[in-house]
Design a protein around this ligand. Sequence first.
Ligand code: HEM
Length: 392
Amino acid sequence: MKIRIKLIATVSELEKKYNSPCRFWLGTHLVIGVADADSMEAVLRSSENMDKSQHHTFFSDFIGGVFLAEGRHVRKHYFTFLIQLLWKFLSFFRIAEITMERSSKVWLHPNIVFNNTLLGNRKNELAASILNFVKSVIKTRRDIKTNEKQGISEAEVKSPYKKFVRPYLDSMLDYAEEEKLTEDRLALEVNDLMVAGSDTSAVASSHALVMLGMDEELQDRVYAELREIFGDSDRPATLEDLAMMTQLEMVVKETVRITCPPHMARTVERDIILPAKDRIIPTGATVYMLLYNLHRNPKYWSHPHEFHPDHFLPEYEATRPKFSYLPFSYGLRICPGYKYGVYSIKTVLSTVLRKFKVKSNLDKNNLNFRLSIMLELADGYPVSLEPRVPSE
Ligand code: HEM
């Protein structure tokens, strides 16, 4: 398994050499790298250190809602996420790539320098085109909503059910009205969820399909379970069905162990005392949580670099520390879409696998990764689908 992201590859090697927690400098800025379960627990349980690190502001002309909100404002944002409908897949791979490059080059940190480079111009062009697209979607939805309002009865408007089946965008439009958000601000907030909710689940579903396509025996196990649940019926999956898919659940858990965002960073607002060796992460530093190494530490994983869903057999799960597996983060800034994400990935996978046998000719011992939000396969997701015979 190779990783084509220089920053993560470098930090990952440094952490392996010096062991978590370890200290390094980005220009004049102190960064503490952590990649062990105990330190992760100390950082993520702390309710005072919830602000994203200063490097997140490099995204601020592109995303700007909950992602960048200060820790104390996060809960208010979650209110608007109760029901979400994500309607459009959008890859923002190139912007993420440019921003990673910028983070690792301190001379590109000041906006005045960055905006005058070719890289800065390219990123600004891409961000503007995506935000214009988001604004056009908002406008279309607002027009539909205005027309609908004129057409429905007062009883319907007041119906308690309507509140819970409303599309995410409608909640955001109301939120924008209440909070008097400008059009630009609203577009940034909406873009947050487009980015966080679509790229993530799409990468995980595609990765799982490719891995199943390279492992016939594993795919047979998953398919046998689906046959047990659905028999010959082609009815859509319900939440109860999804809960019964334990083999598929292990595949999804293993998929996000490998593909989840490889790192997270926070600004330390109050000293964090780490249990290991009584070390302190001082106020003002950045704490850099290297999920990439945490999820590949042989202390916690029997097959760290392989796709091995048996990592999640109950007997192995019970022996691992809770904070050795954090694909959705933890605490007050946990991924608000994690349940929706897992449900949607299971729904997509089970629907495809019930109808088709999946094959992929990638080489599982020679996979290359690149970064968008998640770790993506650099060579794409080539699969072929062979229709299943109904009583197979
Ligand atoms: C495989 C699926 C997913 C994975 C592995 C994942 C993982 C994560 C992780 C690790 C974070 C924390 C990032 C950080 O603190 O720097 C996060 C944050 C977030 N996720 Fe997800 N996510 C997934 C799906 C989703 C979905 C489907 C949605 C929305 C419907 C979503 C919305 C968000 C948002 C808005 C945040 C920012 C929360 C904050 O900053 O407080 N995610 N996600």
